[in-house]
Design a binder for this molecule. Sequence first.
Ligand code: KIV
Ligand code: ZN
Length: 526
Amino acid sequence: MKDKVLIFDTTLRDGEQALVSSLSVEQKLRVARQLARLNVDIIEAGFPVSSPGDFQSVTSIAREIKGPIICGLARDVEKDILACARAIKPAEQCRIHTFIGTSGIHTEKKLRKTEGEILEIVKGCVRLARRHCGDVEFSPEDAGRTGVDFLCRVVETAIDAGAGTINIPDTVGYTTPEHFAKIIDELFNRVPNIDKAVISVHCHNDLGMATANSLTAVLHGARQVECAINGIGERAGNAALEEVVMAIKVRKDLFGLSTSVNTREIMRTSKLVRELCHMPVQPNKAIVGSNAFSHSSGIHQDGVLKEKKTYEIITPQSIGLKENRMNLTSRSGSHMVRSRLLDLGYSEVEAGSEDIYKRFKELADKKGTVYDDDLIVLMESKSSEDLKDRFVLETLNVSSGRGTIPTATARILVDGKLYSEAACGDGAVDAATKAIDRIVGYKIKIDNFHLEAVTEGREAQGRVSIVARSDEGVFNGAGTSTDIVEASALAYMDVVNKIARMKRFKRKLPAAAVNSAADKKSEKGA
Ligand code: KIV
Ligand code: ZN
C-alpha cells in the first residue's frame, strides 16, 4: 500500500460542476463505465444533495459500476451527509466525502464561524458520516490558505472522529510546489494520529501548478491524488489525471511508486470526456493533446526515425494511441519525406528523388501541412491539368429556418459543364452536401465536422474542417466563408476534388497512413 498512489477521479464531480451544461444520467454512466475500465481507485460520482439529477446519477453509478469505490460529496451539513449516504448506498464499496472551509477567509466571511465552532462541526459531521458509511474522507476546504496550526487541529479532529482519508485541497490553486510540500510535511510532523489516515491532495490549476503540486505532495508522503480527466474542473481545472499517472509511471526512478490505472485507456477516456463535455483539449496539452505525439522539426523527425527515444519519453501505445505522427511541413527533412513516400507505396527511386523533395518544399511553403493526399498529387500529377479541381461550386442556395424543411440547390461545373440539383436534409449543411452528392455521384461519409471562427465579431469568417471517407480513403477538407453553410460546402468540395484526383490517379490512401487524415480525425475528438 505504501508503494501505491490511489487515483481518485473527480471528473464527474469537480469536473462536471464546471461545465456550461450538465451531463445527463446516461452520459455520466458512460463516463463512469470508462473510468472503471481505466481502473481508477475511486470515482467521485457527484454531489447528491445539489440536485435530484445529481442524486440520480450518483445512485445509478453506485448501482451499476463495480470495481472502483463510489464516492459522493457532502458539505459538513446533516442533510448533505444523509442524502449522500442514501445515494451511494447501492455501491459495492462506497465513500462519503465531507468538507468544510477552514481558511480565515472561508470561516470568517463565508461561514461566519469561530475556529472552535468549525472543530465541533467537523467532529459531529465525520461521526455522522461514519454511522452511515465505513469509509469517510474529510477535506478542510482552502487548506492551501489555512493557517497551519488550525489545519493540524482540524485534521487531528477529523481523524479522531473516524475519517480514514484526509484530503488537503488547494482549492484556489494558490500554492507552489515548495509551499505545498511544507504544508504536507507539517501535517506529517505535527498531527499525532496522522498514521491512521491516508493523506490525499486535491490541487487546482489557477497558477498552472496543479500537477506539480500534487506530485510534490506525493514525494512528501501523500498517497491519494484527486484529479480529473483532461484536467477539467472549477475555473482553471484540477490536476489532470493523465499527467499525474503518466508522471508516476514514466519517472518510477524518482517516485518509486505506482498506480493501478490502465494507462492504455487514457486516450479513449480523454476523448469520451471531451466529446460528452463539449470541452476541447488544447493541441499542446500534455499526454492527450493532438500534438503530444507529433513531431514537426526536421531534426526531431530525423532523430525519431532513427530511434524513437531521442524525442519521445512516452510511447504513444502506452496511452492507447496507435502511433506517433510526423507532421510534414517545410521543416521536414528529405529523410522524412522519403520515409513517408515509401509508406505510401512508392519505390526507393521515386521516394528518394531530389526533384520530388524540392517540389515538396515548394508545396509545404504554400500549404503549411502536407497530407498524404497532397503527396500523392505531387507524385502523380503529370501536368497542370492534373492539379485543377474537377468540380467547381458555382452557386449554392439554401433555405432553412424554424418550422421549415432545409432545402439546398447547388450548381456545379463538372469538367466545364454546368449541372444543378436540389435536395432536402436534416439541416442546412446536410441539405447542401446531399445536393452536391447528387451531382458528383460519390459515396462520402463525414466522420468529423469542426467549425471555428477565424476572425472576430458578427462578420467573423468561419472555417470549417471536415474529415470524410470514401472508398479511396480518408480525407481532410477545409473551407472558409462568412457564411458557415457555404464554408461547409466548400470544405466538402475540397474532399470531393481530392477523391476525384485519387480516382484519376487510380490510387487509394493506405488505411494505416501514419500522417493520414484518419489520425487527425481521431485526435480532433469533440
Ligand atoms: O477544491 C476543493 O476544495 C474541493 C473540495 C470539495 C475538496 O473541490
Ligand atoms: Zn476542487
